[in-house]
Design a protein around this ligand. Sequence first.
Ligand SMILES: Cc1ncc(COP(=O)(O)O)c(C=O)c1O
Length: 384
Amino acid sequence: MSFDFDTARPRYDTDSQKWQKYRGRDILPMWVADMDFPVAPAIVEAIRERTNDPIFGYCRPTDSLIEAVVEYLENRHNWTIDPEWLVWLPGLVPAINLACQAIGEPDDGVFTFTPVYPPFLIAPGLRHRELQTAALRHRENTWEIDWDATAAAITPRTRLLLLCNPHNPVGRVWRPDELQRIAEMAEAHDLVVCSDEIHCDLILDPIRHTTAGVWGRAVADRLIVLHAPSKTYNIAGLACSYAVIPNTRLRHALKRAAVGITGEVNNFGYVACEAAYRHGESWRQALLDRLRANRDLIEQTVAAGDLPGMHMTHVEATYLAWLNVEALKLEDPVRFFEEAGVGLSGGGAFGDDRYVRLNFACPESTLREALRRMKAALEKRSTH
Ligand SMILES: Cc1ncc(COP(=O)(O)O)c(C=O)c1O
C-alpha cells in the first residue's frame, strides 16, 4: 500500500496550532513538533467506526487497547509489562509535571540534560523544585553526555532525573552503555528516573531504542516511563498518552498528584492509539523513509555550505534538526527566518539561544522551499 507523504497542504485556515500562527503571512511553519502528513488510513477508519456508536461519555481503555499496548511494548521494545503498571494521561507534558510534583519535597532537585524540550526546564520550577542541569557536549558530528558536569550538578537534594530518549532537540538515541551509567547514577544517588520516550518509534538510523523499562529489576522500582503514539502517528490533537510505572508506591504517588488536575483521555485518542499500534506499521515504515530522506537533504544542504554560517550534527532520531546559528550573529534568529518566510523554534526555550530547531516532517517540496528561502536570506545578508 502506498501512502501520500508528498502532497503539500497549506493549513493556515484550519484548527492547526502550527499553521494558524502564520495565518495571513507567507511563512512555512516548521516549529511545533507535529507533522504535515495525513495519518494512517487505519486510524481514520477506526475513528469513523467509533462514531457509529454516537455516545461520547467519560471513557476508559478497552481490554483490547490494553492488550495492544502490552503487545506493542513487548514486540517493539522487548519490555514485558503488567497492565496494572499503566497510567493513562491526556499528555506527556502533564506527566512530566506530575512526576516533579510527586517525587520529593519542595526545593528538592530535578536534574536534566540541556538543551532539552522546554517543559523539562519549566516543570521543576512550577512544582517548586530546583532545576539542576548539565549541558550535553557537542563533539564532532554528535552529542554526548558530559559525565563530569552531570556529577557536579547532582546534589544530595536531587530526587528526580528527567531523561529524554531519543533526545529532543539534538536527535540522539542514547546507547545501552550510556543508559547503564544513568541507571547506576540513579541507584547511587537514590533518584527516580522519568524517561520520556515519546520519540522512540522515530529512529532514522539502524540503531535500536533501549527503553528504560529493560534496565533491569534493580532500577525498575525507580522508573516512570512515558510513552504515547502521538508523535509517531501524528495524533497529538487526540490527546492520548500513558506512563508505565512498575512500582506500586510510585504509581500511586503519580496518580495522587493528578487528582483534580489532570483531565480524561478522549474517546478518539484511545481508538486512534489502538489502531496505530495494531495497524500502523506499514505507514510508519513509509513515514520513516520520508523522514530519512528529508533529514539527509538538510544534512547535505548544510554540509555543502548552502546555508552559509549554519551548522548541525547528525540527527539519529526524531524529525527535528538542531541548527547552530551562532556564527551568523543574528539579533533575533527566529524573526530573521520568519522574515525570510520560514517559522522555526528559537533555541533559547530549550536552553541554548545559539540554535534554532527546524521540524522537517513535511513533504519534500515544502522542505526544499524552506531551505531555498533560508539560503536566499543568508546570501542576501552576506552581500550587504
Ligand atoms: C520529548 C517530548 N515530550 C513530550 C512532548 C509532548 O507531549 P504531549 O503533547 O503529550 O503533552 C513532546 C512534544 O514535542 C516532546 O518532544
